[in-house]
Ligand binder design. Structure first.
Ligand code: ZN
Length: 374
């Protein structure tokens, strides 16, 4: 049977879903990596590498011994938490339900199948499969580390971790910034507030000013957003608070930058200490990049669909590659509901998606090596 047989793809997806690979189960992250490696035991000649950084295992499988495969199939095996039943996949009305059905065990199953196929039917371009286990935690110990410390590079990465169908091509993701605001006052009895200085009052005022820096976004639009995530302060109701802290989540577009944001937040909150907790770049690939144009053509020919290039507020590991100027193709099979209680995958769509990517890889290899046949 073909690697792209519907039953095989759904079986592999289900097998991966049954491993609850959440961040709090490091043993299962390792098991998932070993499961994938075992799927290649019947194919000789592959270069198989295991890595681990800060307890996060990763694997890289290559058709050629190099740190720079021409094409990188890149994905993650970890998932966000869910109620126990979501780790037993179920099929209803042509849909497969379960944690990771969309994000992204179905995509991982397709990448694995593509790697198996091209390992046995060589093409002129070299291929790498990179699967990590910390995308849901920011990716710094997975793709981030493999790129920065191990120096993996590629001409194009395919990442099935954005959009909800093969025609929704995600070309940009907002950048991310987590900030902590800290106010310090002076303790006093609450009945005599004038004798102290209230840190919570200061913090609320600062947060009010900081919120005004960001537009009120009522629906998904390509603009900077802010959400106050946590707020904490004071020790007793009858005491003027000495300390108060808030953390905020900011998503930004190319119209701003982390430096500009930090600067304006500091100006809007002059009485608070402002500190960066986490920062992630935007990711961006030009939609007229030749490899993306080629995808549009293959999509048109194979599925008679028009590619729609879009931005999305959430991020993915592509940002570590686009930061180096490497283009990424981010598309998912038909699937929806990631991180929610009804995450699903369209069963028939998975085979169509795998066939589409197979065809695309063949065309891509021809574009990269026009003089070679094969
Ligand atoms: Zn994902």
């Amino acid at each position: 049977m073909s690697d792209f047989d519907q039953n095989n793809l759904i079986d592999l997806t289900s097998q991966l879903i049954r491993l609850p690979t959440t961040a709090d189960r490091p043993d299962l992250l390792g098991q998932a990596v070993e499961l994938v490696i075992s799927l290649f035991s019947d194919i000789p000649g592959l270069v198989i590498k295991r890595y681990e950084q800060n307890g996060k295992p990763s694997l890289v499988i290559l058709t050629k011994d190099t740190l720079e495969p021409d094409i990188l199939l890149c994905g993650h095996l970890d998932v966000v938490p869910a109620e126990e039943p979501m780790f037993e996949p179920t099929i209803r009305d042509g849909r497969l339900y379960g944690r990771g059905a969309c994000d992204m065990k179905s995509g991982a199953a397709v990448l694995i199948s593509l790697m198996r196929y091209f390992a046995q039917s060589p093409m002129p371009a070299s291929l790498g499969l990179m699967l990590t286990t910390d995308e849901e935690c920011g990716g710094a110990n997975g793709v981030g580390w493999l790129v920065k410390e191990k120096n993996y590079r590629t001409k194009l990465a395919i990442i099935p971790d954005g959009g909800n169908a093969p025609d929704q091509v995600i070309t940009k993701n907002k950048g991310l910034m987590h900030l902590r605001l800290m106010a310090t006052g002076q303790m006093a009895h609450a009945s005599r507030p004038w004798e102290g200085s209230n840190a919570i009052h200061q913090l609320l005022e600062a947060l009010g000013s900081v919120r005004k820096l960001f537009p009120d976004v009522a629906q998904d639009q390509w603009a900077d957003t802010l959400s106050i995530g946590t707020i904490d302060g004071g020790q007793a109701t009858n005491q003027v608070a000495e300390k108060a802290t808030a953390t905020v989540d900011i998503r930004f577009t190319e119209a701003s930058s982390p430096e500009k944001i930090l600067d304006s937040v500091k100006k809007a909150a002059p009485d608070c200490q402002v500190e960066v907790i986490l920062q992630g770049n935007m990711s961006f690939t030009a939609h007229d990049h030749p490899y993306l144009k080629l995808y549009s053509e293959v999509l048109k020919n194979e599925l008679n669909l028009q590619a729609k290039f879009q931005g999305t507020p959430g991020g993915n590991d592509g940002r570590f590659l686009t930061a180096l100027g490497t283009p990424v193709l981010v598309v998912r099979p038909i699937s929806k509901g990631l991180h929610g209680p009804d995450e699903w995958l369209d069963v028939a769509g998975l085979t169509a998606y795998a066939d589409l990517l197979k065809k695309y890889l063949i065309e891509l290899a021809k574009a990269m090596y026009p003089d070679k046949n094969g």
